[in-house]
Design a protein. Structure first.
Length: 157
């Protein structure tokens, strides 16, 4: 098990560039989501999960820190670090990195497992929870990222 998980290489698309000449802030979220989708397939939340089980995942909270600009055609990867979990929730920390190794952004997410018949937050099936636990055990050896639980605000002397 790779710790943290690393996505395949993705490329910043021309239509994602804003009038400032760099990646528009909305598309950082798209890249984080695409990277998380690759990790979620390993958990068992692939494309057929919702139709097969009536369950899905919702992002309840997402925090992005923009560290360095990305530009058109930049090759990037997204890492996924499972920081914590229980039977209904996943707390993750992601990094968006240029393939040269430098950090472009971080994302921290609280994801809920949802029974869509409610909709309501519900426990994950045992097979999925087992895969989540396997990832959690592999990621438990990773140092906790400094930016986890970062707060936003104006610092006053």
């Amino acid at each position: 098990m790779q710790a943290p998980f690393q996505s395949t290489v993705m490329t910043v698309k021309p239509e994602w560039i804003d009038f400032n000449g760099h990646l528009n802030m909305a598309y950082y979220g798209v890249l984080f989501d695409m990277g998380a989708d690759q990790m979620f397939e390993q958990f068992g939340f692939g494309p057929g999960y919702q139709s097969r089980t009536g369950n899905t995942t919702y992002a309840a909270e997402f925090h992005v820190r923009y560290v360095r600009e990305l530009h058109v055609n930049d090759p990037v990867i997204v890492t996924y670090h499972l920081v914590d979990h229980d039977e209904k929730r996943l707390h993750s920390f992601q990094e968006l990195r240029h393939t040269d190794g430098w950090l472009a952004a971080t994302g921290e997410t609280m994801t809920l497992h949802v029974d869509q018949s409610g909709p309501r937050v519900a426990p994950m099936p045992a097979d999925v929870l087992s895969r989540v636990q396997t990832v959690a055990e592999a990621h438990a050896t990773l140092p906790k990222p400094d930016a986890v639980h970062a707060r936003i605000g104006i610092r006053r002397p």
